[in-house]
Design a protein around this ligand. Structure first.
Ligand code: DO4
Ligand code: MG
Length: 278
């Protein structure tokens, strides 16, 4: 079941049908207990839409599936991320190796809704950065009780130049206006995502694919529940939160994003998050 945040409401796509909840409160809806069961048991109460009408509402730029949720992110949860950061870091390599092996994961604050764009939205690279990449990440929706209730696709836009200069600059490498993409929807399911789920990243420049790679979520060093439980240890999230689970794809060092690049991140069954670089 897919929940799209649209102007004036929420659009649900489920089993070939489309439903609209008008003037819905996103924060209270997504924090309903047993979200999948609640929504599937109430579909007949929502306004049913024709497919064409739904397709119309879902055209163009989509709102990110977020209201008052904070967006957090995990670091160095895949071997490729550990390797790339040890190479790029001037003297900080030891810490990336340690955090990959440690019991406590690296978790950091990533974005508010204001700094987040949705599908077909425009992300930014910092003006003071010369080396920038998208990070394609499976993103958990965790409700206020700390339970994983859904998934979306995250684009953790990152300045490698600033992070490489000094790991203490991480917040500046990661948090700035237009630093995060989320979408296209919040995917809610009865069961966790399949272990063989793949994350695909494609980067297009002037319509030509200049980079592509795929990684399986089974390559992640940590479990989703482990990341969620560390995040909730000493933080309350009254509206729930999003947690990006880290990147397993890092383009080669000579690659940097440019204005107008198109970033496409696909995770089935969630969909494709397309972002354009300002
Ligand atoms: O340690 C820096 C950030 C790592 C990160 O964002 C990732 O591994 O995805
Ligand atoms: Mg990341």
């Amino acid at each position: 079941m897919k929940l799209y945040k649209i102007k004036d409401g929420i659009l649900i796509a489920h089993d070939g049908g489309y439903y609209r909840i008008e003037r819905a409160n996103w924060d209270s809806l997504v924090n309903r207990n047993h979200l999948f069961d609640y929504l599937s048991g109430h579909l007949e109460k929502f306004q049913r839409l024709e497919e064409d009408h739904a397709a119309n509402l879902l055209q163009g730029k989509l709102l990110p599936p977020i209201a008052r949720q904070e967006v957090w992110a995990s670091g160095v949860t895949y071997f490729r991320s550990r390797e790339a950061r040890i190479e790029e870091s001037q003297g900080g390599g030891y810490f990336y190796d340690r955090v990959y092996e440690a019991e406590r994961p690296e978790l950091f604050f990533k974005a508010t809704a204001q700094r987040t764009v949705g599908a077909n939205g425009v992300v930014r690279i910092r003006k003071d950065s010369s080396w920038d990449v998208p990070e394609p990440e499976l993103t958990l929706f965790i409700n206020k009780q700390g339970l994983i209730q859904g998934y979306t696709i995250g684009n953790d836009m990152s300045s490698r130049a600033i992070e490489a200069e000094n790991p203490l600059y991480l917040p500046q490498a990661k948090v700035y206006e237009g630093c995060a993409g989320l979408g296209p929807c919040l995917y809610v399911s009865k069961t966790p995502l399949a272990a063989d789920t793949k994350i695909e990243l494609e980067i297009l420049r002037d319509g030509t694919r200049i980079f592509t790679n795929t990684v399986g979520i089974d390559k992640m060093k940590r479990s989703q529940e482990e990341l969620a439980s560390f995040l909730f240890r000493e933080c309350a999230f009254p509206y729930g939160c999003y947690l990006m689970t880290g990147t397993g794809i890092v383009p080669p060092d000579e690659f940097t994003l440019q204005s107008n690049d198109e970033i496409r991140i696909t995770i089935e069954p969630i969909g494709t998050l397309v972002n354009y670089v300002a």
